[in-house]
Design a protein around this ligand. Sequence first.
Ligand code: NAD
Length: 271
Amino acid sequence: MGLGKLEKRVGFIGAGQMAEALARGFISKGVVKASDMIATDPVKARRDVFESFSVKPVISNAEVVKEADIIFLAVKPQFVAPVLKEVRQHLTEKHTIVSIAAGKTLASLKEAAGEDTKLVRVMPNTPCLVGETASAMCLGGKASDEDAEEVRTLFSSVGRIVQVDEKLLSAVTGLSGSGPAYVFLMIEALADGGVRAGLPRDISMALAAQTVLGSAKMVLETGKHPGQLKDMVTSPGGTTIAGYHELEKSGVRSGIINAVLAATNRADEIS
Ligand code: NAD
C-alpha cells in the first residue's frame, strides 16, 4: 500500500456513475492505487465495472468500512441515512466519510453516522464524469483541515474543489451544480447561430463547444478578468463588438445572474 500520492485506503459505498468517475480519476492521476480501493454495490454489473479496472468489488457495505479510511457515500440521497445507520457500528476515529449526495446536510449525516464521525459534504457537478468537476466541500463533525486537504487532493484529480461554509452550498448548487445546463444552452444557441449563418450542424456544434472550452481555459490559465479578455478580442468597429452589443441588448448578462439566483433559491427551498 501507499505508492499513490495519498497514503490512505479509499472505499466507495455505491459504485455508480459518480463513484466510477472518481475512482478512474484517482487511478489515472496516481492519487490512489487501484489496489488501495474497494467498492460495494448491490448490482453485479456495477461491481464488474470496478473489477475491470482492478478495484476490489464487494457486496457488503460493512466490509468497505472495515477496509477503507476514506469512505465515499455515492448512493442516491434517499439511501444515505439507511446506509450510514447500517455501517455505523463499524465506524472508528480513523474514518472520514465523504458524502456526495445532493441535498444531504451535515446535520443529517451526523445524526445517521454519530457525533464523533469526521464528515465532509461535497457538491460535485456532472463534468466530474469527464474529469473536469467544479466541486465545493464543507466540513462537519470531527473533520479537520487535514481531512479537507486529503479531499482536495482527491478531487484535484477530477477537476477543482473549493471549501465553503455549508450555508453557501445552495449558492454553489445554483452556480456550478446547475451551471452545466446553462452552458449547454449557450453551446446549443451558439451552434444554432452558426447554422443560421450557414454552417453545417456538426461543424457548428464542434466550433461552439470548443469555443466554450477554450474560453474557460483562458480565464483559468491566464488569471485575467473575463472583461479584460473580452476587450482583447473586440477591435474598434469590428465584428465581435457588433455581436456583443446584441447580447447586451438582449439582457443575457442579467438573465444568467437571475438563473443562478433562482436555482440558489430553489436549492434553499428543497433542502
Ligand atoms: P448512480 O445511480 O449511478 O449510482 C448509485 C449506485 O448506488 C448504484 O449503482 C446503486 O446500485 C448503488 N446502491 C443503491 N443502494 C445501495 C446500497 N444500499 N449500498 C450500496 N450501493 C447502493 O448515481 P450517481 O449519478 O453516481 O449519483 C451518486 C450520488 O452523487 C447521488 O447521491 C447524487 O445526488 C450525487 N451527485 C451526482 C451528480 C451527477 O452528476 N451524477 C452530481 C452531483 C451529485
